[in-house]
Every structure is written in C-alpha cells, then in structure tokens.
Design a protein around this ligand. Structure first.
Ligand code: PEP
Ligand code: MN
Length: 329
C-alpha cells in the first residue's frame, strides 16, 4: 500500500499505525513527495490518517514505478529534457578505446544531432579473454571528451563499489543487461542521485525489469530511464530478440521515460536502422545507438556499430518518423 503524505506532514503517526499492525514499511522522498510504502496490503487496508493525501493499493508489485500515482516523469540532464516530446539520441562506441577515437566520434555524433555520448569504461564481457575496458583511464578520457566537445556522458557501472567514483566522471550511470538484477548495485545507484539508464536483462520479464527500477526509486532516485535492449529467445538470426512490445508495456505501465537500444539486439549493423525506426514509431523517448569511427577495428561489438555516415543517415530517418508521430529530435 502506498500512502502519499500531504506536503510538510510527518510520517510518525502513520508509521505508528503500520507498526501496530505488524506490517513492514519504508519511507521514501521521491519527486518532492514523502511516501510511505507498507506491506502486506491486507494488514494495512484499514489504515487512515489525516496526514495522508492519497492512499493507493497498487495493482502491481512496483507501486513507485507504476503510473497509478504519477502520469509521466520528465527530468533534466545538463539541460536536456528526458521524457518530453523531444526524442533524445545517445550515440557512441561500445567501449572507450582511446582519446582520439572518443573525441572524433563525440564531435561527429554531436554534429549529427546526438545529445549525449556513450562509451563503456568498465565492460561486462562474456569472455574474460576479451577486451575488458580501460577502467579508470577510460573515465578520464570521458571527462576530457565532455570538456573538449561539450556533450554529457553515459557510461556503465558494474560494481557497487565503483558507483561513487563513476558518478564523479559521468552524467548518466548505465546499468547493463547482465547487472539489471544486481540488487546491491541497484540500491547503490539509487542512493547516488545520478540519472540511471536501466537496461532490461536479456532473461527478464517486463515485470522483473520494472521491479529493478523499483529498487532504484525506493532509494529516492526517480531519474530512471528504462532501456529495452533485446531478450534471449529461440531465434538465432539476430543477436537478441528486440522486444518492442515489452518497451510499450513498460511505457504504458510506468511513469518513467523509455529507451531503445537497437544495436545489441541487431548484432549486425544492417538491421540497426529498421529496429531504430520501429522503436521510435512505438514511442521510445530515448534511442541509444552504437557508433564507431572505424567499426571494423572496434575492440568490442564490432559488427553492430554504425559508421558516422550511417549514423547521419539514421538521424534523417529518425527525424522523419518522429515528425510523423508528432515528436521531434
Ligand atoms: C553496452 O551498452 O555496450 C552493453 C554492454 O549493453 P548490454 O548491457 O545491454 O549488453
Ligand atoms: Mn556494446
């Protein structure tokens, strides 16, 4: 049960009634409201309190993430509005490889209309014998890119112990598919107050994905973007099965902005354009695409990264589809 307190009211009385019923609870400050979540519902259904403005028995397991109390969340990253009519494009290489690569690609994608640059410094590689990312050196390169090119940075954090450090260098913390159910990590990024791009794990249902977002919101961090990046099915012609329907369900069930990553499900650059345009048509608020100055030389995900030229063409397509559905980039 979710109890949203009236402004400037204190939770002490309601907490007392929750406790007297032996129910569990958490108090969270989110979007300027103080909220008490109590469970199980049946123990607290008769709780009423004059300090409560709204009491909601959620149909879902993720009351804070659901749109039963809040229609839409829009937030700001360095002046860029996420979740508004304008579709936000994030582009950049899979991994940070060196300074020249990053500065070159950052300039190019910015010129083509991307608002943020991506690049992994800590890479979650399936094999321990492949490029693992530059770590701290990669973060320093990202900081330099921001200073020189003037574009905000998205980069992955894999370890709860690194959240504080990575937060000092980047504007958005990416939680990768492989860590989307790493609950200590989710709690830590929740405490960090940094915007979070939460990928859906490739073995997760939409409900499990939204429950991962709930972990972050419950720590008081409401700046979360839900990113669909493909799930594992029996299909092997693509790297993952891009679940556009899952993205739509996430958008219709939650108040959070949704993102699409068409690169990882494609696996091959020739599929990226069609998947991107389909995601935009389906309502993606953010699109994140891998772009490399020289994809054939990339140290990771070489086959799916677009060239700068391909990205420029893609931007034209995104513009057209956005316009057709009453949005813009
Ligand atoms: C990535 O964005 O490069 C990445 C590793 O993505 P995912 O976690 O979705 O596989
Ligand atoms: Mn990648």
């Amino acid at each position: 049960m979710m109890f949203i307190l009236k402004p400037n009211r204190d939770e002490s009385k309601i907490v007392e009634s929750i406790r007297s019923r032996s129910a569990s609870y958490r108090v969270v400050d989110l979007y300027g409201r103080r909220i008490v979540i109590a469970w199980p519902d049946k123990l607290v259904e008769d709780v009423i309190d004059e300090d409560v403005e709204l009491k909601i028995r959620s149909r879902y397991k993720f009351p804070l993430t659901s749109n039963e109390w809040r229609e839409k969340t829009i937030f700001n990253i360095d002046g860029i509005e996420i979740g508004s009519r304008k579709i936000v494009i994030i582009a950049g290489p899979c991994a940070v490889e060196n300074e020249e690569q990053m500065i070159e690609v950052a300039r190019a994608v910015k010129r083509a209309g991307a608002s943020l640059i991506r690049g992994g410094a800590f890479k979650p590689r399936t094999s321990p014998y492949t490029f693992q990312g530059l770590g701290l050196e990669g973060l320093n390169i990202l900081k330099k890119v921001k200073d020189v090119v003037g574009i905000p940075i998205v980069s992955e954090v894999m370890d709860p112990r690194d959240v504080y450090t990575v937060s000092e260098y980047v504007d958005v913390l990416q939680i990768g598919a492989r860590n989307a159910q790493n609950y200590p990590l989710l709690k830590e990024v929740g405490k960090s107050r940094k915007p979070v791009l939460l990928k859906r794990g490739f073995g997760m249902t939409v409900e499990e994905w939204l429950l991962s977002a709930e972990y972050i919101l419950l720590e008081g961090n409401g700046q979360v973007v839900l990113c669909e990046r493909g799930i594992r099915t029996f299909e092997s012609t693509t790297r993952f099965t891009f679940d556009i329907a899952g993205m739509v369900v996430a958008k219709k069930t939650s108040h959070l902005p949704v993102a699409a990553d068409p690169s990882h499900p494609s696996g091959k650059r020739e599929y990226v354009e069609a998947l991107t345009l389909a995601a935009v048509a389906a309502g993606a608020d953010v699109v994140m695409v891998e772009v490399h100055p020289e994809p054939s030389k990339a140290l990771s995900d070489s086959e799916q990264q677009l060239t700068v030229k391909e990205f420029e063409n893609l931007m034209e397509g995104i513009k057209a589809v956005a316009q057709a559905i009453g949005r813009s980039i």
